[in-house]
Structure formats: structure tokens, C-alpha cells
Design a protein around this ligand. Structure first.
Ligand code: FAD
Length: 635
């Protein structure tokens, strides 16, 4: 048949295969069911579904879709079909395969070597020493550094960006020291317990600081806007699975881990790094950089906070990777003292050096809204809601993701690019709880977390409004840290409104819209340290409050019932993104102002979320490890 030569092997990728939810074995099943075979047969126009051998198909992605535009809720699959295997087992299929168009919407021919799902063989081809099965580099074969010339690299921070930087550098044979101001996960868990029960906030071991970084006591959503199928993201996901994450995260349309899965994963990650030769130091806060002639020569480490009297220590390094996250405000201050190039988020950058849409993302602030999970289930799933069964059922616990553009009101005050604001839901945690992410008792900010089953009775999400350098004007005297001061201002106001002791100011959403204090008893909240009825409508300036109010009304039109008397707003959500960017060169990641300093991850303004921080956004599409090794040789 014309045009089909060479297609007796390779794969067809079949996407948008719909299986009605009532016929599907459920969210945890990632095999090939008969209803899925029927959807496949329909896509390739094969007459008898049961004649298709299920061994030839691999599920690449499975998502639950309950959008109102559909006739009924469905699971949507992407499946790879191994042509050679199929023809060996069912030669009559050739008549149908030969007629398929090479690229036709949901059906696409992919020569074997192009398959994203075949990442491991791709890495094998491009990286000698890579472990085929595990997706991580063989420690001893892969080193590119001669023993006597090992560069000494300090990685500051053990969040996703610091952990993966340490992994890659360690695999390449560098002499890596990972310094983390907080505690290992075991002790960190106890410190977080003491916070939740006895209101003791450890300044260095809390929801933001400690092994694994900010996302450890989190929902562990592994979604990213940088492209799920890019090789960098796939390599990170494979690595997570290797360290103990359930393999279905590779297939799930909206994968998440939950705190209970993250903690053991991080322990395995730590053991592997140590086996690789990485030195890991906890309780080790980096307070300063040693700089000579604009070149970083080392760091000053202090662990006196947790071990009084131990003082500080100067350590020499050839390079310093800065992966400190966006809550390390003291570290930002230190960088400012060294005149490191930084700008508040959304300041324009020289296009040639830094152009990338994500670099221009804005900062955002807002509130966290919480509903009973059952209400969100019934809004999203109607009668199917009964099947959710607290995360144990066939259907995933319902979530939502909303973006609204609001408010032309302030147009005359703003420049053209900022005439409307986006308000959106962020870090939605179905079956989760609201938690305290403050690092200083005089400031109050919150976020959400969940366990893997997402079984709590609450659904919470940040509702945030984009803000920009224009909004930071009152804090302009702080220079590049204006955005940090902007965040801090609202965190302090929230602490005062809550009345202290980490009590969170809260307001019924119905009262927030009407600009009045909630006088009746507040609905229950998942937040463990208590909520206090407050005038949250007075916490932010009007342009933020009004944008939030308008968007809530708009969301209710899309999700009737969202604007409910049971819905409770909590204040404040300020740290959903970095308020600044540390300038670095696009190719080498090196700071534009200090040689030998490599700012990465969310704190440097190049990521937002676990996956994008682990990958860092400029990780090249094809050969992340090779690229890193070239950089290392270069520098
Ligand atoms: P971080 O994870 O912030 O790590 C920085 C590390 O550096 C910290 O461990 C800190 O202790 C350490 N450090 C800071 N300063 C110093 C210093 N001077 N010396 C030594 N060590 C230092 N993202 C998602 O994708 N999905 C989610 O579900 C999700 N939920 C979240 C829930 C919560 C409660 C929070 C707080 C965040 C959540 N996030 C989530 C965001 C995610 O955690 C971050 O985007 C991500 O962790 C950023 O990674 P990072 O490595 O850049 O920085």
C-alpha cells in the first residue's frame, strides 16, 4: 500500500482513546482492558476488538475526564502499539495498519527511536554508563572527571533542584558537598509534628526548610507546564520511580505522590547520593560566599542555630550551585550584599541572554480556599461523585484548575502589558489539608498538602492574583528584594489578623464577597492551629481583593456551588512563586555577576514546582546529562 513502506516495525501512538468511566476498571488500573481494546479497534478501524492481542499495547497516559461538555465522564488513554509484535501475532492486522495515515490527529506513526516512552534506550545511546533499567547513571563507569582533577562543587539546598544537581554532578564524578540548613526527613517529620501539635516553629526545620525542600510535606503533584514528555521530565520521573515512587506516576495524567510516598523516596535518594560519594551535611546553613575578584572561592557555613556554640566554618570550592528555594530570604540578603545581579519578578530581561516565556512569569499572591471534598466531587462529577469513596474508589478524588482574567479597572495606573490580571487556582490539593509554611513566627503564610490517598474530607486550593514589579513600587527602596518585602508585608498583616500563635485569619467566601466579617461560626477547617474570623477583604490592597472577588463569581458560573457558605478562605498565600530572579547566562547557568556561582531552581526564579525545579527549565530536550557534562568540562 502506498506510503506504508518501513512501517512493518516501529510504533503507532494512539491518543484520545476514550473509555466511558462506567466500563473502565478504574483509576489504578494501567493495563489493557477489553473496553480499551474496543476503543483501539475503533481508532485503527479493526473489526473485532477481541482479536487484538493485548501484549502489543502499552498504556502511556491515562487521565480521568469529567468535563461537562462530554456526554458522560470517561478515562482518556494514550497507547503505543508495537507494529512488529502485532503483525507476528495477528498478520491480518496489516490490512488495517497499512491504511493508517502516518499522522492523523489522534493516530501517529513513530519510528522506534523517536519514542519518548523509550527514554531509557535513548539515554543508553547518548550516555555511556547509564543504567538501562533504572534510568540513572552507573556510578563508577560514567565519571568524566579524572580522579586527580575532580572539581569540588558545593550544592546549597536539598530541594528537588539541589538533589538533582547533586545527582548529576556526582554521576559525572565531581566532588560534591550538599549543604542543607534543615534536618533530614526523619527529624524534620518530628519538628513538623511539634509545630502542628505544640505550636513550636523551628526556624531551620519546617514546611519550607529541610531535606527534600519545600515540596516534601506537600501534595506531591508531579505536573508541569514544561512538557511532560520532554526527556528531562521523563528522566526525573524515572528517577523518582527508581527511588520508590509508584510506577503509575509515569502513566497517570495527573500524577501525585503525597507526603507518605515522598518521605521514603527522599531517604532512598539520600542513600544513593552517599553511595555515589556525595557528602551530605544537614543543619548546615550557608551564610556567606567567599568572593575574590568577582569569583566565588568558597562558602561560610554555620550550624550554630541548631547546635549552639559550634560557630561557622569556611570551606573552599571550585563552584557553588545555589538551590535555596524562595523562602531563604536571609540568603537573598547575603546575595544582595555581594551585588549579585537580581531583579524583582517580571522586570524585563535582555532578550538575547534570557529569553524564555517562563522567565517572564509574574509573581502572585492571594488566599487559600477550602471546601468540603464531597461538595467539589458533586460539582465536578454529579452522580458519579458517589464512586469516589475517599480515594479508594475507581474514580479519582475531584480537583479543579481555573484561570480567569479580571479587572481592567486599574488600567490607567498600569503599563500596557499589565492592564488585566490573571486570577487562578494554584496547587489544588484534593483530599488534603491547609498547612503553615511560615519560617518566621512574626509572619504567616500557608499552603496545602495531602497524603497519597487524598482521603481527607477537605479540598483546598490557592486562589492567586498575578502581581508585578509595578505593584512592588512602595518597596522600591529594597531594590531587587522589593518583591520579597511585598510578600512579607501581607504575611505580617496576616499574622496580626490571626492574633498570633499561628492562628490563621479566615472568612466565609460569601462574606468576603460582601466585604463583611463572618459573624456566625465559621465552617470547619483542616488547618490544625486554629482559624479566626477576620476581615480578609481588608488584608490586600483593593486591586487584589477586587480581582479575587470578581474571579470567585466567575468561577461559580463555571462550577456552580463553588461560591458556597461552607467555603472558607484562609490568609495568606504569598509564596507560590519566586518574587525575584537571579540573572544567569542561558548556556552555562553561571551567574552574570559572580563567576563560579550557579543559581538554579525556584529560588533563582527558573522554576515553579517540584518537577520544573528538578529539571530546571533550560535543561535541553535531548541529552540532559551530556549537556551537564559539557558544562562541567567547560567550567
Ligand atoms: P526548595 O524545595 O525550596 O529547596 C530549597 C532548599 O534549600 C530547602 O531545603 C532549604 O532548607 C535549603 N536552603 C535554603 N537556604 C539555605 C542556605 N542558606 N543554606 C543551606 N540550605 C539552604 N510543587 C509541586 O510541583 N507540587 C506540589 O504538590 C507542591 N506542593 C507544595 C506544598 C507546599 C506546602 C509547599 C511549601 C510547596 C509546594 N510545591 C509544590 C512547590 C515546590 O515545593 C517547590 O516548587 C520546589 O520544592 C522548589 O524546589 P527548589 O529545589 O527550587 O527549592
Amino acid at each position: 500500500v502506498e506510503g506504508s513502506e518501513g512501517r512493518e516495525s516501529g510504533y503507532w501512538r494512539l491518543s484520545k482513546l476514550a473509555v466511558p468511566a462506567r466500563d473502565d476498571p478504574g483509576k489504578d488500573f494501567t493495563g489493557i482492558s477489553l473496553p480499551l481494546l474496543q476503543a483501539i479497534a475503533k481508532a485503527i478501524k479493526f473489526p473485532v476488538a477481541s482479536m487484538l492481542p493485548d501484549e502489543v499495547f502499552t498504556v502511556i497516559r491515562k487521565s480521568f475526564d469529567a468535563r461537562k461538555v462530554l456526554k458522560e465522564p470517561q478515562f482518556t488513554y494514550t497507547v503505543d502499539m508495537d507494529v512488529k509484535k502485532l503483525l507476528d501475532m495477528e498478520p491480518r492486522a496489516w490490512d488495517f495498519i497499512a491504511r493508517l495515515e502516518p499522522k492523523l490527529g489522534a493516530v501517529e506513526y513513530m519510528p522506534k527511536e523517536k519514542l519518548a516512552s523509550d527514554l531509557v534506550s535513548m539515554l543508553n545511546a547518548s550516555n555511556k554508563g547509564y543504567d538501562h533499567e533504572l534510568g540513572i547513571r552507573d556510578t563508577h563507569n560514567g565519571s568524566i572527571c579524572p580522579q586527580d582533577k575532580k572539581p569540588r562543587v558545593a550544592v546549597i539546598g536539598s530541594g528537588p533542584s539541589g538533589l538533582f544537581a547533586s545527582l548529576v554532578l556526582g554521576e559525572l564524578g565531581a566532588d560534591v558537598t550538599l549543604l542543607e540548613r534543615g534536618q533530614p526527613v526523619e527529624q524534620r517529620g518530628r519538628d513538623i509534628g511539634a509545630l502542628a501539635v505544640r505550636r513550636i516553629l523551628q526556624s531551620e526545620s519546617n514546611f519550607c526548610f529541610g531535606e527534600g525542600g519545600a515540596g516534601t510535606w506537600s501534595d506531591g503533584k508531579l505536573v508541569t507546564r514544561i512538557g511532560r514528555n520532554t526527556d528531562g521530565v521523563q528522566a526525573v520521573m524515572q528517577t523518582f520511580v527508581h527511588f520508590g515512587a509508584p510506577p503509575n506516576i509515569l502513566v497517570d495524567g495527573k500524577p501525585h505522590l503525597g507526603t507518605d510516598k515522598l518521605v521514603p523516596l527522599l531517604r532512598n535518594f539520600r542513600h544513593h547520593l552517599r553511595e555515589l560519594g556525595v557528602t551530605i551535611r544537614f543543619n548546615a546553613r550557608v551564610d556567606d560566599l567567599i568572593v575574590e575578584d568577582r569569583q566565588v572561592k568558597g562558602i561560610v557555613v554555620s550550624d550554630s542555630e541548631l547546635r549552639p556554640g559550634s560557630g561557622s566554618q569556611k570551606l573552599s570550592f571550585d563552584a557553588v550551585v545555589l538551590a535555596v528555594g524562595h523562602s531563604a530570604r536571609d540568603t537573598y540578603n547575603m546575595l544582595q550584599q555581594h551585588n549579585v545581579d537580581m531583579s524583582p519578578k517580571s522586570f524585563a530581561y535582555p532578550v538575547t541572554l534570557f529569553f524564555s516565556p517562563a522567565y517572564l512569569k509574574k509573581a502572585r499572591v492571594g488566599l487559600r480556599i477550602e471546601h468540603p471534598q464531597e461538595l467539589i466531587n458533586s460539582i465536578q462529577y454529579s452522580e458519579l461523585a458517589a464512586e469516589v469513596q475517599k480515594g479508594r474508589g475507581r474514580i479519582p478524588v475531584a480537583d479543579y484548575k481555573i484561570v480567569k482574567s479580571v479587572g481592567e479597572k486599574n488600567a490607567e495606573e498600569l503599563d500596557i502589558a499589565e492592564q488585566s490580571r490573571s486570577c487562578y487556582s494554584f496547587c489544588m490539593c484534593p483530599g488534603g489539608q491547609v498547612v503553615l509554611t511560615s519560617t518566621d513566627p512574626s509572619e504567616l503564610c500557608i499552603n496545602g498538602m495531602s497524603f497519597s490517598r487524598r482521603a481527607s474530607k477537605w479540598a483546598n486550593s490557592a486562589l492567586v492574583v498575578t502581581v508585578s514589579s509595578h505593584d512592588f513600587k512602595p518597596f522600591r527602596s529594597h531594590g531587587p528584594l522589593a518583591g520579597v518585602e511585598f510578600q512579607r508585608e501581607f504575611e505580617r498583616r496576616a499574622a496580626v489578623m490571626g492574633g498570633g500563635n499561628f492562628v490563621v485569619p479566615a472568612q466565609r467566601v460569601t462574606d468576603f464577597i460582601s466585604n463583611r466579617l463572618s459573624v456566625t461560626t465559621l465552617p470547619p477547617s483542616s488547618y490544625r492551629l486554629g482559624v479566626r474570623p477576620s476581615k480578609l477583604h481588608e488584608l490586600f490592597p483593593p486591586y487584589i481583593t477586587e480581582a479575587l472577588q470578581q474571579s470567585i463569581i466567575m468561577i461559580d458560573r463555571e462550577m456552580p456551588g463553588f461560591f458556597a457558605k461552607e467555603a472558607l478562605l484562609h490568609g495568606v498565600e504569598t509564596r507560590t512563586s519566586s518574587p525575584l530572579q537571579i540573572s544567569r547566562y542561558g548556556e552555562t547557568y553561571e551567574s552574570t555577576s559572580l563567576q563560579g556561582l550557579y543559581p538554579i531552581g525556584e529560588g533563582a526564579g527558573y522554576a515553579g514546582g517540584i518537577l520544573s525545579a528538578a529539571v530546571d527549565e533550560k535543561c535541553p530536550q535531548k541529552q540532559p546529562i551530556k549537556y551537564a557534562s559539557e558544562n562541567l568540562r567547560h567550567n
